[in-house]
Design a protein around this ligand. Structure first.
Ligand code: 5RP
Length: 292
């Protein structure tokens, strides 16, 4: 019970100091609830406003892929250098130590493999399990313009509604089908659709005129790394994306297929968080490799 006696008399109400009223530091997210903002803050550094996500969810459609045959061996050493881990719940429970204490962008769609029509997906994780795993975001694949576009947009809307109930943001992941051009017109449409449906952040691909894609999307965008390219090119991709308005990268193959994955992840961080040029970061990458 509260003590009625011996209390210091309250006297300082700071009547001259106006309470803080400024908005949230990430674009488009000022209107969200505390839980959503807290989780976004766990993923996006407050100083740079950016994030370096490590994606290793490829197996959910591809099975064992180059570099991810043994996630327990490949991924574990990288965990401490990533801001966010993007993976399936199977990978998380089997290969990620629970004391890693990293924000998780949980892959929550399923229903297709490389052997079939990729866009025919459904929700594959219950919101309760996302809560149980302390997910910081639920990642939902969106196939704008594909055969089963409707299903993927329905998955997205359902995830957003469920996430809002529990304060978990949804990451809309814009997939590019076989016949779709990775250009600003298409990616601009796909990212904007995700944001309008209510995603708190969106993952897409870098493209020519990316600044228009980023500008037309009212919430933060992170870019995928895509197929493995030489390390300097991957760093240029990260640099260009940040310069043109991305708030981070969600890279997989260009990290874990690099000659030295930890050094590559550190080099990407230099670009994303510290404003290094691709060339500076590449020099750092080479220095780190030479010092091994
Ligand atoms: C697929 C994804 C994957 O996580 C992502 O593309 C993997 O990253 P990378 O392309 O850098 O290997 O979201 O839609």
């Amino acid at each position: 019970m509260a003590d009625a006696q011996g209390n210091k008399i309250a006297k300082n109400f700071y009547v001259d100091v106006k309470p803080e009223t400024k908005g949230f530091y990430l674009k488009g997210l000022t209107g969200y609830d505390w839980g959503v903002q807290d989780r976004m803050t766990r993923m996006f550094d407050k100083k740079s406003g950016h994030t370096v996500m490590l994606a290793f969810d490829h197996g959910y459609i591809m099975g064992p892929t180059a570099g991810l045959e043994r996630m327990d061996i490949t991924v574990k050493p990288l965990i401490e250098y990533a801001d966010v881990l993007m993976c399936t719940r199977g990978a998380l429970r089997s290969c990620v130590p629970s004391d890693s204490n990293k924000p998780i962008a949980l892959r929550c769609t399923t229903g297709a493999t490389l052997l079939n029509e990729l866009s025919y997906e459904c929700l594959g994780v219950d919101i309760e399990d996302a809560c149980r795993l302390n997910a910081s975001a639920m990642a939902i694949q969106v196939f704008a313009g594909a055969q089963y576009e409707h299903n993927s947009l329905d998955n997205l809307a359902q995830s957003i509604d469920r996430g809002l109930r529990y304060g978990i943001p949804t990451l809309g992941v814009t997939a590019v089908g076989k016949d779709m051009a990775r250009d600003a017109r298409y990616l601009g449409l796909a990212t904007r659709v995700c944001a309008e449906i209510g995603c708190q952040f969106v993952k897409t691909y870098y493209c020519e005129n990316f600044e228009e894609v980023a500008s037309g999307c009212p919430v933060p965008i992170v870019i995928a790394g895509g197929k493995k390219v030489p390390e300097l090119d991957a760093l240029k991709l990260a640099f260009n994306a940040i310069r043109d308005g991305a708030c981070g990268v969600d890279m997989g193959r260009n990290i874990f297929q690099a000659e030295c994955p930890i050094s590559m992840l550190k080099a990407v961080r230099e670009v994303v968080h510290n404003g290094a040029t691709a060339e500076q970061a590449y020099q750092m990458y080479q220095d780190l490799m030479a010092s091994k």
